[in-house]
Design a protein around this ligand. Sequence first.
Ligand SMILES: *Cc1c(COP(=O)(O)O)cnc(C)c1O
Length: 235
Amino acid sequence: MTDVVLSESLAAARTRLADALNAAGRPIDAARLLAVSKTKPATMIREAWHLGQREFGENYVQEALDKQAELADLDPIVWHFIGPLQSNKTREVAEHFAWVHSVDREKIARRLNDQRPGALDPLDICLQVNISDEPSKSGVSLEALPTLAEAVQAMPRLHLRGLMAIPAPVEGLDAQRAPFARLREALEGLRERLPEAPLDTLSMGMSGDLEAAVLEGATLIRLGTAIFGERTARE
Ligand SMILES: *Cc1c(COP(=O)(O)O)cnc(C)c1O
């Protein structure tokens, strides 16, 4: 589906988010779209930027750096790293992104903190939680989350902004809401535990479950397919 008309798909995504917020009885500015542009060309990101989209999510470090170089003239633009992060890639992420959503262990957080350049603002962090408790999936367990959150909150070059999750795909609104509700409750728990942390972000909801996520308090919706069209297998 390379023939997606971006002006139409982005407008439809905005309407969908507005409708979901309205249905949830939440203010229109209570959540925003993160355009997930992995595997999509820089030209599409540029087009989305000219349509007013400012925040973009990428999963693969080298692919992201290439596109960032091509788009260096776009200002302002906010890059979010949302993919699995290995130790040997933390420096590039610390130097070239504003946000990381996929922090799930202290070692990675420590490296990001140590490698964040002094000239940049602290790196905004969401901790990824394995909310559906899938043994094979990345993400910190709910049990281990408070310890990790306290460690990250103590790191001066990181700002602990919230939580991220990618629940196992399920059908039906109620089934989709359940893991998002658990993530919301986990954030509420952390807010009580760490009142000084800027915990204002629930990064949850994708093209298939935006409505359920918004009903449970999502503030940042990571939308790929609904904006940029289907991805072919990893290019
Ligand atoms: C690819 C991806 C998305 C976007 O998924 P869509 O279903 O295409 O909207 C969101 N979050 C993460 C972490 C992703 O890897």
